[in-house]
Design a protein around this ligand. Sequence first.
Ligand code: DAS
Length: 361
Amino acid sequence: MRTWLRSWIAACVTCLPLVAPPPAARAAQPDERPVVRLVATGGTIANRTGSRLTAAELTASVPALDGRIVVEAEQFSNVASGALTRDDWLRLARRVNRTLAARDDLAGVVVTSGTDTLEETAYFLNLTVRSERPVVVVGAMRPPGTVGYDGAANLRQGLRVAAEPAARGRGVLVVLNNEINAARDVSKTHAQRLHAFTAGSRGLVGVVDRDRVLFYRRPLHRHTRWTEFDLAGVERLPRVDILMTYLDAPGDLVRAAVEAGAEGLVVAAAGAGSTTEDQRVAIGEALDRGRPVVITTRTGGGRILPRRPRPDPDAAPNDPRYSPLRIEAEDLTPIKARILLMLALTRTRDGAEIQRMFQQY
Ligand code: DAS
């Protein structure tokens, strides 16, 4: 080997420690990257033909994070979202609460869910996770292995939102298709398309763009850190059923729900809150039996307005329209109203108190 080449190599070898510190020195550097906990529950996002993707495999599907976020994977369940139960919700909320309480270093949590009941799980967590740190729920409309699988993209976006300090204090967020929606306001509004989740006239909370995560608004209803619902001591969530109004809808389904053990009812009423006459009578009986009945609209938008005051306080004392247990749901959808009523019933049976909760959450 030529002399100049030998001395050049020797010089480079001498320089090496300056260029790349030895492993011991490297390990001493503090890791500043945000840590996000991924809690996987199943759904289409994991539903590969043959076997479902595990939480670890889901994490491996987003290498494009380029190591900028440290992801810890945890398997909660691996089922279709329609197979989850109210007991699963209790366990899931407790687990997320416990994790956040024990780990100050976590930036946030991402929960994966099947999209069919995703908005329900998101709203339940919105009312029961007592932390300001972001909890983000993601899913997918196309399964792994299909052309255009959206799961990896949605998961990557969800992890970015959960790692984002500006996401704190905005309640549980739902992230799909580059859009950030509030758990309270978002609904699945399409059975097939990628753009399946919308919050209607309430609009987006923010977007996930290629360069950054951008927020437009802060949900004003009470949630997460500001919730009054505490699952400590709650062994089970009460049964609350939803009945729909449609032309000639019978009242006997209302009676059947009460007979089957419903502790409260939600009516997906027509328009601004009307039911059939037969339902009106059966709802009156349910109220007389001490069951709160929450009136919502089946239209998908708009509020149920507060009742007008009783014209003559002495007239028709048993008129169900004026029962204190008849609650107006504001603009909560029937499935979200069911969740709020279940949680309300863990704290009170007082109609005025339940009505206050429907105005605040
Ligand atoms: N398989 C359905 C579910 O688990 C649909 C989905 O995930 O998109 O909800």
